[in-house]
Design a protein around this ligand. Structure first.
Ligand code: ADP
Length: 625
């Protein structure tokens, strides 16, 4: 994001972007904002109580010195201080409670979007780039939605600082220098009010303008900062706290070349880097100038208050009150101007956030329900289906025609890249065909309610994920599960022996992220659990996409020999590039370059010496015969 993009934003757009961010957060987390609001107002107004009461005490000490009155003032001060401290503690407790997961709460907006987004967009690298960019904005200065929270806090704080201070300053201008003060009576002239306000506004404009100028450098160079950040984070990952990288890094001593990249590209942050040089040079100057301007105003305000006190307009107690209040007001107004700068600076970042959150769902959503047939008599048909991935000129599938009905075991075979997984993605409606149609019981699958349609499939994808939760929860894909059913599914998937060796059974945590007694499982074992999860869902269709890729030949043979038994009366679609795995299937379709080139039983296909299947079979026979 280039900082000068900011100039292209009109004030109206700046307000609408920040306002939208604010409304979004408020709608989802009203308590989060309310608790912050209350804490800030309390914090901001508290010092004014002390300022007011100490002015009264000083006034009394310098004036009548009435012991009774002094005692009363001291007791009121102590009582108020205790009350304010107690209130602050209570409010902070509430705020900490509702804000404890604020980072994750912000993240929730993106997670929910990801979940409801069309798969076609999730699969799109542009979506990931955009999401990654937004993450970078966040880590490199809390820009975007988190910044809206900060701006809100700064705004409330500035506003109440000004209001509180103004209330305590009114009498500075209304208290008149007595006639006995001679020439000092000129201080009663209303022009002094105008002059004080003019100096204040000049300071208010100049001080933040100078400091914003310094900060603009960071926004302007956010690309470099992001790049530096990326290399810096990558280095941390790289330097072995990620165990999956540790072995490689050690064996090849890859840290050395990482060091080089980090110094060249990530060096923006180092002591001689771009940002350090700026902070020591021009950036430092702007910050210092900004501080100097503020001090000038404070000096002028001191002079005015002291002169009026000297001339007898008010006593020493009020002097402390006015000085403290004016200093606070000027700080408050500068903060308010900084808020305006921040709103502008945040606008381009928010725009990118909303570009992500506004990615539309373009996939047609039907409303038909998939009747839950007792006989599970579902028939799926591909009719002239062709498919191209978005942005790709190549057909991943070409003119696919096939029909499969309940209870069949269908194998889909072919070399890597021949279109097998794409075929399954279309069947599960993760994508819609570019041409042709897919029918379920004669009706285009687009017309069904999507979630309902998905409920008839259990799929074990190649890149399935298990979570670091108890085994039983992984199998059931839910917190509550039927233990007996989960156990049966694990046994069917070939995990029975391992399960009986687990002291905590289904309650055993997988991996050690959340439990020290969690178990690490091999790729093959994970695959068996994933198969058990597919069985537990008990859908009429079960699809296994290269399910044996991580299984050793013994485990593979074990699963295949029992496969028919495992899937029972379900329709099984089985994808593999290992032909030996598919012999048991009733029907085998052979994919080649996105087309179905052969279909039939193993015996029929292997007999066709000119066919693709024969070629593949003999190429693999040496390993799997
Ligand atoms: P298989 O499962 O048989 O290995 P795939 O269905 O994964 O084959 O891939 C079929 C073709 O589609 C390949 O040419 C592959 O490069 C391409 N392809 C797969 N996924 C994508 C994607 N997300 N974007 C673009 N092309 C893809």
């Amino acid at each position: 994001m280039k900082g000068n993009d900011k100039n292209k934003f009109l004030w109206k757009e700046v307000c609408s972007l920040n306002g939208r961010g604010f409304r979004m957060i408020y709608k989802k987390y009203p308590q989060m904002l309310l608790s912050r609001f209350m804490c800030i107002v309390w914090d901001v107004l508290t010092p004014y109580v002390s300022i007011y009461l100490s002015a009264r005490i000083i006034g009394e000490l310098a004036g009548a010195r009435d012991v009774g009155r002094l005692r009363e003032l001291v007791l009121i001060t102590l009582g108020m201080e205790a009350f304010l401290a107690f209130g602050k503690a209570l409010l902070n407790k509430w705020k900490n409670y509702v804000n404890s997961a604020s980072y994750l709460m912000m993240e929730q907006f993106y997670v929910e979007k990801m979940l409801e987004m069309d798969f076609i967009d999730i699969d799109d690298s542009k979506t990931h780039d955009l999401y990654y960019k937004i993450q970078q904005f966040r880590s490199g200065g809390d820009w975007g939605l988190p910044r809206v929270l900060q701006i809100f806090e700064e705004f409330v704080s500035a506003l109440f600082t000004i209001l509180g201070g103004s209330m305590l300053t009114v009498s500075l201008f209304t208290s008149r220098v007595p006639g006995s003060a001679g020439a000092y009576m000129v201080l009663n002239h209303p022009l002094f009010l105008v002059a004080v306000l003019a100096v204040m506004f000049a300071t208010i404009y100049l001080a933040p303008a100078l400091s914003t100028k310094a900060d603009q450098f960071w926004a302007k160079n956010s690309d470099k900062r992001m790049e530096g950040n990326r290399f810096f984070c990558f280095k941390l990952d790289f330097m072995s706290y990620k165990t999956d990288l540790a072995a490689d890094v050690r064996i090849y001593r890859q840290d050395r070349f990482m060091e080089k990249y980090n110094n060249d590209k990530g060096g923006a942050f180092f002591s001689k880097g771009l940002f350090a040089r700026y902070a020591a040079g021009l950036g430092g100057f702007y910050h210092a100038a900004s501080a100097a301007v503020s001090v000038t105003f404070t000096g002028a305000a001191y002079a005015f208050v002291c002169l009026k006190a000297w001339a007898g307009a008010f006593a020493i107690g009020e002097v402390t009150q006015y000085i403290a209040s004016i200093t606070k007001i000027s700080g408050g107004v500068s903060a308010l101007v900084r808020v305006v700068g921040d709103l502008c600076n945040n606008a381009p970042f928010l725009k990118e956030n909303f570009r992500f959150l506004d990615i539309p769902n373009t996939m047609y959503q039907g409303s038909l329900t998939v009747e839950k047939r007792k006989d599970c008599d579902y028939e799926v048909e591909f009719k002239n289906v062709s498919f191209r991935y978005p942005g790709s000129g190549v057909w991943a599938l070409k003119n696919i025609n096939m029909k499969f009905s309940i209870g069949k075991r269908l194998a889909v075979v072919g070399m890597n890249g021949s279109g097998k997984t794409t075929f399954i993605k279309l069947l599960c409606r993760l994508y819609d065909p570019t041409e042709g149609e897919i029918l379920l019981n004669g009706i285009n699958i687009r017309k069904y309610n999507y979630l309902d349609y998905m409920s008839i499939f259990s799929v074990v994808f190649q890149d399935f994920r298990l979570f670091a939760f108890p085994l039983g929860q992984n199998v059931a894909a839910g917190v509550n599960y039927n233990g007996k059913r989960a156990k049966n599914c694990l046994i069917k998937a070939g995990f029975g022996e391992r399960l009986s060796a687990m002291p905590e059974g289904l309650e055993t945590y997988l991996y050690q992220d959340f439990s020290d007694s969690g178990v690490n499982i091999s790729g093959g074992e994970a695959q068996k659990i994933a198969i058990a999860r597919a069985l537990y869902k008990n859908s009429p269709f079960i699809i296994l996409d290269e399910p044996t890729a991580a299984l050793d030949p013994v485990a593979e043979a074990e699963i295949y020999s029992k496969f028919s038994e495992i899937v029972e009366d379900k329709t099984a679609i089985y994808i593999s590039h290992r032909l030996s795995s598919c012999r048991f299937c009733d029907d085998i379709v052979v994919f080649d370059a996105g087309e179905i080139v052969q279909q039939g039983s193993h015996e029929k296909l292997v007999a066709d010496r000119d066919g693709k299947y024969y070629e593949l079979w003999h190429a693999q026979a040496q390993y799997y015969a």
